[in-house]
Design a protein around this ligand. Sequence first.
Ligand code: NAG
Ligand code: NAG
Ligand code: NAG
Ligand code: NAG
Ligand code: NAG
Ligand code: NAG
Ligand code: NAG
Ligand code: NAG
Ligand code: NAG
Ligand code: NAG
Ligand code: NAG
Ligand code: NAG
Length: 683
Amino acid sequence: MALIAVIFSICIAFLDTGWATKPTTYHSICKLKKRTADCNGRRLSSVLEDLPAGIEELFLDANVIQTLSNASFIQYQVLQNLSLCANGLELIEPGAFLGIRNLSLLTLANNFLSLSYSVTAAALWTLTSLRRLDLSGNQLTELMMGSLIQHLSSLESLSIARNAIMRLDDSHFRNLPKLQYLDLQQNYIFEIEVGAFESMPVLQQLNLAYNYIPCIVQFDLAQLRVLNVSNNHIEWFLSAENDASFELETLDLSYNQLLFFPLLPKLNKLQTLLLTHNHINFYGKFFNNSKSSVQLLFLDGNITNITNQELWEENSHGNLSSLTFLDMSWNEFSYLPDHFFEGLISLVYLNISHNCLKTLNIEDREMLNTLMDLDLSHNLLSELQMNLDSGGSLTNLRKFNLSTNSLHGLPPQFFIYVTKITTIDISKNPIQICFPHNATSPNCVTFNYANSLRNLVLSGCDLSMLHCHFFKGTSLTYLDLSNNPRLLISGLGTLKDITSSIQVLYLRNTGLSAAGTKVDFSAFQKLISLDLSGNSLVYFPESLIDLKLYTLDLRMNFFHTLPQYFMERQLGKSLHVIYLSENPYDCCKMGWWDTLHSHGTIHIGDMSDITCNYSSRFISATDIPESVHHDCRWLTANMTLLYLVLILPTCLTLLFTFVIIFLIFRQNILQMLKSRHRKPSSY
Ligand SMILES: *[C@@H]1O[C@H](CO)[C@@H](O)[C@H](O)[C@H]1NC(C)=O
Ligand SMILES: *[C@@H]1O[C@H](CO)[C@@H](O)[C@H](O)[C@H]1NC(C)=O
Ligand SMILES: *[C@@H]1O[C@H](CO)[C@@H](O)[C@H](O)[C@H]1NC(C)=O
Ligand SMILES: *[C@@H]1O[C@H](CO)[C@@H](O)[C@H](O)[C@H]1NC(C)=O
Ligand SMILES: *[C@@H]1O[C@H](CO)[C@@H](O)[C@H](O)[C@H]1NC(C)=O
Ligand SMILES: *[C@@H]1O[C@H](CO)[C@@H](O)[C@H](O)[C@H]1NC(C)=O
Ligand SMILES: *[C@@H]1O[C@H](CO)[C@@H](O)[C@H](O)[C@H]1NC(C)=O
Ligand SMILES: *[C@@H]1O[C@H](CO)[C@@H](O)[C@H](O)[C@H]1NC(C)=O
Ligand SMILES: *[C@@H]1O[C@H](CO)[C@@H](O)[C@H](O)[C@H]1NC(C)=O
Ligand SMILES: *[C@@H]1O[C@H](CO)[C@@H](O)[C@H](O)[C@H]1NC(C)=O
Ligand SMILES: *[C@@H]1O[C@H](CO)[C@@H](O)[C@H](O)[C@H]1NC(C)=O
Ligand SMILES: *[C@@H]1O[C@H](CO)[C@@H](O)[C@H](O)[C@H]1NC(C)=O
């Protein structure tokens, strides 16, 4: 009785701290939490009337409310956020929001508001303090859109994404003095007339991604901070040539058809410029920097305007002094103009991968010395013209990717001047190794002064045996030497100087074999990840047993079996992932597999691909037939019996033959023996 009383008073206390109006924290259909009611996916066809009157946020997504009738929310006067996505909503009656004093966020995505848009528009007009509206996915045309939003002068954020907008002019966005964020992505926009965004004086972010815009000329939205026009068909991006100060910070022009570097506003605050996946190149070199201009024909209504544009002029790309992030990957750059890097005094990240650069020139003083990440992978670079000792270039570089080029080496004494570098990828280059007498050649690589280097990728460089102090002076933690099939033919000697620091080591297809010197990993005490795949190992390197490996890759070798005690000792310890397939394991020596498989602690990355060899037949290790098990058992356990069975008949036959022979020739033999032992008679 006392207990019930306690519970009762707790309930009262709990309810009292709830909402002042109605002490309900439980509802039979919706989830109530604080001032939010979640009625998503409840097959409701109208707005419930018995929710607490004090709710401020109401979710009605994924129901079947086709019509919002008059006074649907009459008792929810303090509602601020309302979401009605994916309801098949066709009509909002003009008085639907009657009584709501202060709705600020309305989400109507994925409905059919195009059907009765003019009635619905009248309903929206009543929301005088609406700040955020989402109308995405409603099959709206620009006409319908214009009508729905035309009196929403309090809007700050508007999404019309995934509709059927095709063209925009100054009649479509009117009276939106507070709009800051406009999302028009995934429409069919192919034309935007001058002045279309003029009535939005504080617009900061405009997303026009995934449309059909063919070009942007006379770009003059000076107040815009973010412009996203990725995934269109843009061939030209030309800013208005004036001296206005643009607020633009982020410009995304990726996935378009640009042929020329965009003509950016002269005065801008650009920090991020994304140009990936276009066809941009510079052309001045091909025209000997002579004056070559292009005449552009602008058709604006019935007015034709012909302008001359100096497109080959290479320093017309604006003042980029605040740019920090520049992605020019996947274009057709065959060279960079002489002074291209000069104005980029804040650049931190530069990606020029997947282009056609043959050379890169950084010979001036103090170039790119804010740069931390430089990606030049997948070009045609055969040399890097860097005059680093002239002073202070690339002094902050941390990560340098040169993968897949035609480089023989790095600039001389690269690591002496670029002292903060931690990661360098020189994979897939025909690099050569420096020897003491030619160490200052630009056509070879040495890591002798690379003290800061931690991660090194040298895969696919066709390296042959390296001298044993090749890595001396580095403290590498990550090293990828894969796909250098002649590199480790005579063992692990090359790695001598990094054994105490290395943690991740890729030795895939490096010519390691049991036939060479012993493969001894016992000195690699920090190793946590090791790839030994694609080699010719027959015996499991015993020295791995005492390491604290996390990942081990043994694929594509010649292992017939693996030591069971290795598996037993690793279980439940450090080893988490192992790869084992493409080895000719003997199906009758799979004890290690059963041990490994029966414990769930190690993830076998390629479980279904592991096979074993049973009399030259390869069968999946996950389901070895019982008959094979049986045969193996019989084979091993009864081997002695087998020998006995095989040898016994032979012995018996021999004995038998011997006895027969003895019996047949008994007479002769006895006589012979007699004659031998007979004493010589004297005549
Ligand atoms: C309304 O939604 C906005 C944005 O999701 C959120 O910040 C705000 O807290 C919500 N208001 C209420 C009363 O839950
Ligand atoms: C809804 O209210 C509006 C006025 O707010 C009125 O014109 C309209 O007839 C009403 N509709 C219905 C179905 O009652
Ligand atoms: C309307 O909402 C704002 C905050 O979004 C709040 O400051 C104001 O008091 C609310 N007004 C009414 C009448 O609820
Ligand atoms: C531009 O919009 C696309 C599509 O929504 C998006 O994937 C991309 O991240 C956006 N770009 C920026 C810089 O936000
Ligand atoms: C550019 O100048 C070089 C010599 O300086 C000449 O061989 C080449 O033909 C010139 N190219 C053009 C397009 O004028
Ligand atoms: C060109 O358009 C203007 C209005 O935009 C109009 O007054 C003028 O008559 C038009 N001229 C011709 C030749 O169509
Ligand atoms: C033609 O374009 C130039 C600048 O590109 C502009 O100054 C001029 O006013 C335009 N003329 C007409 C008739 O639009
Ligand atoms: C670029 O703009 C910065 C300020 O934004 C200014 O200090 C610098 O002098 C300008 N550079 C050039 C070449 O105009
Ligand atoms: C450079 O761009 C390529 C292709 O877009 C991308 O794969 C790579 O990760 C980027 N590099 C860096 C360092 O982000
Ligand atoms: C270097 O770039 C290549 C290709 O763009 C990429 O696969 C590789 O992961 C990059 N290397 C590093 C260390 O980021
Ligand atoms: C450096 O010298 C070695 C041996 O003399 C030679 O094989 C190699 O090609 C030379 N490398 C360069 C870049 O000159
Ligand atoms: C498979 O096992 C048979 C003996 O059962 C052996 O002769 C053959 O070489 C093995 N195959 C491989 C690829 O090791």
